[in-house]
Design a protein around this ligand. Sequence first.
Ligand code: SAM
Length: 362
Amino acid sequence: MAHPTSSKKGNVARNHRISSRNGAERSAYFARREAAGVLRRVIQDDAARRATASIKSLVYSPSVRNKKATFALVCQTLKCLPVIKDVLVATQILNNKWKKQAELVYVTLYDILFGQEIAMTGAVEKFLTLHKNKLEYALAKICAKRKVKKIEDLLQNNCVPVACKPRYIRINTLKVDAEVVMQELGKTNIMVSRDDIIPEVLSLASGIDLHDHPLVCNGSIFLQGKASSMVAVALNPIPGWKVLDACAAPGNKTAHLAALMKGQGKIIASNSLSSTRYKDVDVMHGDFLDINTTAPLFKEVHAILLDPSCSGSGISAERLDHLLPSYEKGEDADACKSDRVKKLAAFQTKALLHALSCKLPQ
Ligand SMILES: C[S@@+](CC[C@H](N)C(=O)[O-])C[C@H]1O[C@@H](n2cnc3c(N)ncnc32)[C@H](O)[C@@H]1O
């Protein structure tokens, strides 16, 4: 008979194993669903060639809880998507019910064929696991047909190397100064250096993910690129000014303006900012083009910051556009002639003319 204490210890260890397995299962289950939600938006926007939010901005939106796992799953599934689709066509296992959940099927099949296959709980997971042999056989046949020995060779097309560029953070000088931020980051061995042009900007090595860092969460630093951080600096607002931020969301430049104005003055931010922490920012929900710039509110506007939607073509590698289905079809080559870019250019012209219709003091 086992000693009562040792059997108690055994139970504790087993319970601990079960609860950590349950925890891993739960987070894998939710990560696949969060990834499927992001993937659906990415694929739909890409198909419609809309001015899309990038994969990163979708993953790092507040609604996604498990950001790291979701980001990895979305990127990996997109890399493997052409092969995943071929496997599904070859096996013909999807009826209309599963086709309605296509993105969750893609993410789960990625996990089964190429990923970690952690904890296959959930209806889609069980359905695909039931057909696992058939799916693996179809994959092996595709490899044989394309005369590749390894699965990685099938996926090579989608592996465009992304140049390792430094990352940037902008310090919220209303809350904290550069030395404090450098010290705080240094405590966790994150080395940063001062930017040579913008004093409130620090650069750090690529690959360092600060999305969940307390300094980001409490608004002391912003994950903002160097080019984006130059705009408010170039406007050079003086404390006490009234500034119209015409296409403000998500509000990085609004926050930068507020900091440069040292919290003195007024910013009118057009279009929804989900949250603004600054007392001197008035948010005007709605379309900038509908704003009557001759209204009394705009009488004493000293400057306008206009940052309308753009194609993002200059940052396509950072946006991970090479992972999108349209890139594979070579449609990006025609990007500058596409309807999407023409629409964006037309909007930018309208927005610029509308901004210029606002009479600013000399
Ligand atoms: C390039 S982003 C602006 C980024 C922002 N300035 C920042 O630094 O965080 C362009 C923004 O313009 C918004 N937008 C597009 N059309 C608009 C319109 N007609 N009126 C107001 N905002 C518009 C988009 O929703 C998007 O949030």
